[in-house]
Design a protein around this ligand. Sequence first.
Ligand SMILES: Nc1nc2c(c(=O)[nH]1)N[C@H]1C(S)=C(S)[C@@H](COP(=O)(O)OP(=O)(O)OC[C@H]3O[C@@H](n4cnc5c(=O)[nH]c(N)nc54)[C@H](O)[C@@H]3O)O[C@H]1N2
Ligand SMILES: Nc1nc2c(c(=O)[nH]1)N[C@H]1C(S)=C(S)[C@@H](COP(=O)(O)OP(=O)(O)OC[C@H]3O[C@@H](n4cnc5c(=O)[nH]c(N)nc54)[C@H](O)[C@@H]3O)O[C@H]1N2
Ligand SMILES: [Mo]
Length: 671
Amino acid sequence: MVARRTACPLDCPDGCSLEVEVVGDRLVKVDAAPADGADNPLTQGFICAKVKCHAERVFGPDRVLTPLVRTGPKGSGQFRTASWAEALDLIVERVTDAAARFGPGSVVPYLYNSSGGMLAKKGLTPLLWQAFGASEVEHTICAATACNAWELVLGDLPGADLLDVVHSRLVVVWGANPSISNTHFPPLVQQARRDNDATLVVVDPRRTGMAKRADLHLAVRPGTDVVLALALGRWLRDHGGVDTAFVEAHAEGVDEYLAACEPWTLGRAADECGVDAADIERLGTLIADEQPAFWRVGFGMERNRNGGSSHRAVLALAVLAGSFGRRGSGVHLHTGHSIGWDADALADAVLGPPGEPGSLGRHHARVLNQNQLGADLTEATLDPPVSVLFVQGANPAIMNPAQAKVQAGLARDDLFTVVHDQVLTDTARFADVVLPATTHFEADDLAKPYGAYTAQATPAVIPRVGESRTNDELAAALAVRLGYPADRFDPSPGRLLGLALAASGGSPAVDPPGRVLFRDVFPDTPGGRAQLIASLDGVAPAPEYRPPGAARPLTLLTPANHHTINSMFGELGAVSADVRMHPDDARERALADGDRVAVVGDAGGAAAVEVVTTLRIDGDLRPGVVMMPKGAWSRASGGGLGANAFAPDALSDLAGGATFNDARVEVTAAE
Ligand SMILES: Nc1nc2c(c(=O)[nH]1)N[C@H]1C(S)=C(S)[C@@H](COP(=O)(O)OP(=O)(O)OC[C@H]3O[C@@H](n4cnc5c(=O)[nH]c(N)nc54)[C@H](O)[C@@H]3O)O[C@H]1N2
Ligand SMILES: Nc1nc2c(c(=O)[nH]1)N[C@H]1C(S)=C(S)[C@@H](COP(=O)(O)OP(=O)(O)OC[C@H]3O[C@@H](n4cnc5c(=O)[nH]c(N)nc54)[C@H](O)[C@@H]3O)O[C@H]1N2
Ligand SMILES: [Mo]
């Protein structure tokens, strides 16, 4: 047995420091690096249950071990094994043919890799497809709305350091569920409560793990946060709660913003948000009186039509209250791009400096919105059509909005689909060619989590499983076959990391942890001031509220769960596709726990869809809200469609973001 150090690059804020045990070629145990000496102090000597089981996934029955070529109907998952050479030749033939017939824009690389390291995400693959002039699929499915709102208000200000919450007197968790999606944060909040008698407030339609422990929980109706935040702005103004010294020094647009708050009296806001006016007032008093205050803002609040406005309004509230300038204050959404990754240097080395002889193209034929893949695959009018779909590090068959449309598109006979993944996902079952990908235990990379101020090496700790290749190795092999210079597309991790990190001396330049916002670091906005009013084409100057649609009576939320990271680990079977409902809603429908039920909805303009599943009664939901987990594989619901069949492909109010939580459904007893 050998113990080795690495880190977890999965799509999670925490980015844990890991210690793994290896016997021969096999990974046998994955656990936290010991608390003393871990590169990432946020790890605190423990990791989540999912990643503890990661060895099971690496060697699991669903692992793709060789290239596969489709033999059965699309979606059936019937394949024969193939050599890498055969698979690559086939892909290049189809890619070249599509470009000749419809232009390079008909090749659509759907690259996400949010659970991969920096090279897996930002290495050779996007550069290859730029050189080719393929379409770009813009990353809008997650974080685009919230991050754009942050930029509008706070520019490039980094998020407050999660470790600093131990110094806070007030902790506001708004639209985030750290007990599940950022598990190293709650113990720090408990420490603040113990040591400083800190008050904890949670704003979430569900009584989450943290809400159960909170001093105050506002179970808002989904999508109404903007109203709550505007009403609190008004309340602060009327009760001397605006930190005038702070806003005079550090904020722009305050008067105009407060004028936009004017219509939202406590009573009106209470009605719209479905909470007690007294609770709104209690939160106002806490925000006005308790400092330092730490705001943990999450992505749950962005996934609806008002996501951008809600995020802007909550940030504006923290600004009005002056929740900055002291240790233990500030807002955390994520830690930003604080790593010194020089994407231009990497692109110049691979593609050649722009304009120089021999340099390769850098232009995508067009930009497609990730949330509307289903429409792009199925609408006959798209010009050029999607002829080749190259999916890497993503599972759109179950994770995208308008799932029925996505699956209908993936089933198209005239579409050639390549999927490069570690396991035979629901998307891979639709592929013409499946290619085996390495896990981060099998190849060198660098992990940069979005909730911790750290970057950690993830060296290979075991040999390759099967014939798996890294994303960069696949890009290199395709590049050579497409006629691009092999030396420029040399995929060795040392070379690529060296190029991207040259500007910071070869190792990542992580922002110093523990910086206090508006004391040690300021936004790059005009005057370094927070902007409460936006001046951007197509964006309302002040946050705006759009009432939710009411086509069906229940709002379906699909948040993160304990058993999966997005859809990863879903193959291990622990996540069910059950639908959860408040006892009052169940009583009204004469339904009981364990009943077989039909969830009915419609998404993306498609005909009504129905998913039959099991009902669970759950008093932690607010009435009118039902829940299914995100990331369940189709096998969890007996094949076919799941929660994402109900997710609309309409876009949010900012940055073309996803509106998963605008899903509206009805639940009835199954026939
Ligand atoms: N275990 C685990 N951890 C994960 C992930 C995972 O799948 N599993 N996924 C990772 C990824 S990709 C991401 S983006 C993050 C996401 O993690 P979070 O930022 O926590 O986002 P969600 O889980 O989508 O939702 C968080 C909470 O928002 C609530 N919510 C929903 N709608 C609204 C609303 O309109 N207003 C308010 N105030 N609250 C609302 C939900 O009930 C939920 O409790 O987690 C990461 N971490
Ligand atoms: N209903 C609903 N749907 C949602 C959400 C929601 O809140 N509700 N949330 C959305 C969010 S927050 C997100 S981030 C998206 C995520 O959506 P996706 O990115 O489509 O889903 P993942 O499960 O993260 O898919 C990642 C895949 O990449 C593979 N993989 C991991 N590392 C590598 C690598 O290095 N190379 C290659 N080639 N493959 C790799 C994994 O095996 C996995 O199959 O889903 C969104 N979908
Ligand atoms: Mo995400």
